[in-house]
Ligand binder design. Structure first.
Ligand SMILES: C[S@@+](CC[C@H](N)C(=O)[O-])C[C@H]1O[C@@H](n2cnc3c(N)ncnc32)[C@H](O)[C@@H]1O
Length: 335
């Protein structure tokens, strides 16, 4: 996120100026350290202060569904309700338990009423198939499934039903982008509508970023998002299975991102084949707490088969897929 870095003493004055000029990004949190405060801003502008790229969290919307519906549902109905909802741009995706289906329209209308920024409410489905997409039923507001959202200093447009995307992972994408410090060749396997491709091309000194996506709709949006963010000179999108596309690209990479936690292990052989010496691979997996070693085993096994050595750099928890299961990212170097 673009932030203006201001000494603590000047914080109040600058904040007022930002609000007066409509420059403060109110959808993101303000960060601080011992000397400076970082105000998220909507765009660059001339100033005596430094403008920096900093990872800041999104401000919470009235996303606590139980709070929003306290006065509208009976206590036993409230019990059934899931607390959180997914928000992508101005679309909210809510989970409706079977026993509350009769009240789904009322629940959706309340979400609209309580969140100025939400224009459409859809009912959550299950992520399925190779494309990891979900069927989303319309509940309230504007009849659209196309969303535009901002994250990591880029604009991302997509159809939330036709393409997999989770804004909850924006912080993780920002983390990966923040690791790119040199003119690297980067490939994003399983790139979806391009949130990693665009964040890395826009915010880092990467030499070139290639996204590969098998879902034609995801690919269509990735192409659009590269154009929307004016990144065509530094990024491209390829349509197809990574196993077919990577050999055709005839390149090797310094950084390989594998955001397909359900089955990324099946593609480690391809990733290792096209990894330069000292390349960094970001391998996503689902794993229970205490079982993270199992992901490392998958990597070691694939490296052994590929006759490559690896050094594990770290493991990051970047989401929760069920009460006891996490989405993790293992960062490792190929030696
Ligand atoms: C979990 S989604 C992640 C999408 C994107 N990276 C993001 O963060 O929003 C995984 C994506 O991988 C794509 N995919 C699955 N198998 C693939 C394959 N063999 N080759 C290329 N893409 C694939 C799916 O269509 C889906 O869009």
């Amino acid at each position: 996120m673009l932030c203006i870095k201001v000494p603590l003493k000047q914080a109040e004055k600058i904040k007022k100026e930002l609000i007066r000029n409509g420059l403060l990004d109110k959808e993101h949190m303000i960060a601080r350290d011992s000397q400076f405060i970082y105000f998220p801003i909507k765009k660059k502008f001339p100033t005596e202060h430094k403008i920096v790229f900093k990872m800041v969290g999104k401000r919470k919307l009235q996303s606590d569904l139980k709070k929003v519906l306290e006065s509208k549902l009976k206590p036993e109905e409230l019990e059934l309700l899931k607390r959180s909802m997914d928000v992508i741009g101005s679309i909210a995706i809510i989970e409706i338990p079977t026993l509350l289906e009769k009240k789904e329209k009322l629940i959706a209308e309340e979400v609209l009423k309580n969140n100025r920024n939400i224009k459409t409410v859809l009912k959550k489905g299950r992520h399925e198939g190779v494309f990891r997409t979900q069927k989303l039923e319309y509940l309230a507001g504007e009849k659209t499934k196309e969303a535009v959202c901002k994250e990591n200093n880029v604009v991302i447009k997509l159809d939330v039903e036709k393409v997999y995307f989770s804004q909850r992972l924006s912080h993780e994408r920002g983390r990966i982008a923040s690791l790119v410090k040199k003119p690297e060749e980067v490939i994003v396997m399983f790139s979806g509508c391009g949130p990693y491709t665009c964040a890395i091309a826009k915010n880092t000194p990467a030499k070139y970023v290639t996204g590969v996506e098998i879902n034609p709709e995801g690919h269509r949006y990735e192409l659009q998002n590269i154009l929307l963010n004016k990144l065509s000179s530094k990024a491209k999108a390829c349509l197809g299975d990574v196993k077919d596309i990577m050999p055709k690209l005839e390149k090797k990479y310094d950084r390989i991102i594998m955001p397909l936690p359900k089955s990324a292990a099946d593609y480690l052989d391809v990733a290792l084949k096209y990894a330069n010496k000292n390349a960094i691979i970001h391998f996503y997996d689902f794993q229970k707490e205490g079982d993270f070693e199992k992901s490392i085993e998958k990597i070691k096994k694939a490296c052994k088969t590929a006759k490559r050595k690896c050094k594990i750099l770290g493991i990051v928890k970047c989401g929760q897929s069920s009460p006891r299961e996490f989405r993790i990212c293992v960062d490792f170097e190929v030696i």
